[in-house]
Ligand binder design. Structure first.
Ligand SMILES: Cc1ncc(COP(=O)(O)O)c(C=O)c1O
Length: 373
């Protein structure tokens, strides 16, 4: 079985660097927060183009703290997309607020900006666009609506490390950007991890206190806080991996271009983004009207296609009532495996069902290796 994601292959590629960073952290005794976490925060803030980054224990915690830092709580409504991982909606509930789901655009799979305005009520306190699959939501249009109504935007960039629009990176369009460093993400820890970026000093200070039991100094608990700190070892690992992220992202893009070529003319909607919108392909998601025909043959030779991922804000009790996300007929996903193209074999049954054209070079779609594999 080819796993959806082989994180051991990534480890093997940078083993010496990672082992050294972990061993150094073990010897240092800085197991929770500490200098390696702080160094990662500085590096990640610079990478995103934000003033501050705050490392946390998960992307869900990042969303939760972002909402709290903006003062959102019971009685407030937060607009987000119906097509996202459940954590986006769960975090709104953690804050005690009410999620209001609006539909996604069927081309981009991201929140439809035209529908946001209609969902705004006097109780709307935030908008959370999600950069699903690594493609930026339409931030210009979203920020225009938000600014018109004076509503802050929190970006769920859990799948979009380094995605760019007009030279600006995910997480820096709204007031606060939230990231996950779950192992399978484009930038993943070797365990749980997350973080926020922001240019707002007050929000940053509040989130630093909230992640550490609401402390404003040792045992001076000024807020109702949480234990949302990042482990020292995860900070050390992420600091190492961050150095490789640009090359890994280029690898994903290269693989995506090959998928694009193989699927050209097949009638499949591929995730092409408008010019200037730099997709980071956390997932290469396609849309097809042939879902039923594909369903039993969609797994290219013993490959795990990842099609079972939960989506659509499917949190228990969440009112759906949306349309487009239910019409996304298939989301056959071949994630690249940190630069390795394992699944795009055009001779494969599933690819033939998709209408992929045979590769001119027999090896074009096979185990394409990028430099940082
Ligand atoms: C869109 C989205 N939001 C939030 C999260 C939550 O991140 P984490 O799993 O690190 O809590 C994830 C990741 O799983 C995600 O994909």
């Amino acid at each position: 079985m080819i796993p959806l994601l082989d994180i051991r292959a990534q480890y093997a590629g940078i083993r010496e660097e990672l082992d050294a960073a972990v061993l150094e952290t073990l010897a240092s005794g800085a197991y929770v927060s500490g200098p390696r976490v702080e160094a990662f925060e500085r590096g990640f803030a610079a990478y995103c183009g934000a003033r501050e980054a705050i490392a946390l224990n998960s992307g869900t915690s990042a969303l939760h703290l972002a909402l709290l830092a903006l003062g959102i709580g019971p009685g407030d409504e937060v607009i987000t997309t119906a097509m996202t991982f459940v954590a986006t909606v769960a975090a709104i509930r953690y804050a005690g607020a009410t999620p209001v789901l609006v539909d996604a655009d069927p081309q981009s799979f991201n929140i439809d900006p035209a529908l946001i305005e209609r969902a705004i009520t006097p109780r709307t306190r935030a908008i959370i666009p999600v950069h699903l699959h690594g493609r930026l939501a339409e931030m210009d249009a979203i920020m225009a609506v938000a600014d018109r109504h004076g509503i802050p935007v929190i970006e769920d960039a859990a799948q979009a490390h380094g995605a760019e629009l007009g030279g600006r990176r995910a997480g820096t369009f709204g007031a606060i950007g939230c990231f996950s460093f779950y192992p399978g993400k484009n930038l993943g820890a070797c365990g749980e991890g997350g973080g926020v970026v922001t240019d707002h000093a007050d929000a940053a200070a509040a989130m630093r206190q909230l992640r550490d039991w609401g402390q404003a100094g040792r045992y001076n608990h000024v807020l109702h806080g949480f234990n949302y700190r990042m482990d020292g070892i995860q900070g050390a690992i992420l600091e190492v991996k961050l150095r490789h992220l640009p090359a890994w992202t280029e690898g994903r893009r290269r693989v995506a271009r090959i998928y694009d070529r193989l699927l050209a003319g097949s009638g499949i909607l591929t995730p092409a983004a408008p010019a200037g919108d730099e997709h980071v392909y956390h997932v290469y998601a396609i849309r097809s009207a042939m879902r039923d025909r594909l369903a039993d043959g969609r797994r290219p030779r013993d490959a795990d296609d990842g099609g079972g991922e939960s989506q659509h804000g499917d949190e228990p009790g969440t009112q759906r009532g949306q349309d487009a996300c239910d019409k996304f007929v298939v989301r056959v996903v071949w994630r690249d495996r940190h630069g390795r193209l394992e699944h795009a074999d055009p001779d494969d049954t599933a690819w033939r069902r998709l209408g992929a054209r045979p590769a001119a070079d027999k090896n074009e779609g096979r185990r394409e290796q990028c430099s940082e594999g």
